[in-house]
Design a protein around this ligand. Sequence first.
Ligand SMILES: [Zn+2]
Length: 280
Amino acid sequence: MSTYSGTITRFSRGDTTFHTFTAPEAGFRVNTHIVETATELTVIDAQLLLPLAEEVANLLREIGKPVARIIISHNHPDHYSGLQVLSAAFPAAEIHALQSVRDYMAEWAQPTLDARRAAFGDVIAARAVQPTHTLQVGETTFSDLRLSVQEVVDTEADATAVITFPDHRVVAPTDMAAAPGHHLFLVHGDKHNAENWIAFLEALGARTDVDMVLTGHGENTDPKAAARSGIDWLRFAAKAHADAGTAAEYAELVKAQHPHHRDPIWADFGSQMLYGLINP
Ligand SMILES: [Zn+2]
């Protein structure tokens, strides 16, 4: 048995088990989800810090089925840096992302990792690993796993793959949803991003075909809780962004209003992105 600094939770639906590896706070509580069917493993997202990606690799070896594919949900480095470890550990695994995410990563993944490495050190990947396959929008079946992919643009990221597992009543909106008390990253300053994101969460909260939400950071949740807390947070964050002139003022407003949000350092880091001081 390996030991883990991350937290591992799991639940089963029929003969499919959904495992979630949640990084500790120092790893921004990034989630890697592992969908274990009867025959193989599908991984969603790859961690920011390489030592945590190593823990994910150990967990995948412990589960012990072939790693068929890794899906990168969106183009932020906390979700693809760890590909350097996972692609080396599981060279047969395909790497899937939306075409728009592939296009962005082809240009920006390496310079973004270089900047993060300058800030955080060699726990960040030195080498950007690019997706090998395009994740198609619509219905897809990977051997014994059915999924439905929606592309949502201009919210937390430029484009996010929202993956529904219709046979399991599970949806993975990753960074567009969080459990109450966890911090969502509003990192794009355009006001339409918050509006689009609120519209997405309203629709998520109304869905009756799913009852489990796989989040991008921290604990998983359910659609109604994700919608309620996410919309409240985004309305506040958009107003704080309109009111605050600097990243530091914004971060102070966030901390004053949301002392219950976990990991207060995130307000500082997120504000740096929202105010264009660093790239998401
Ligand atoms: Zn993220």
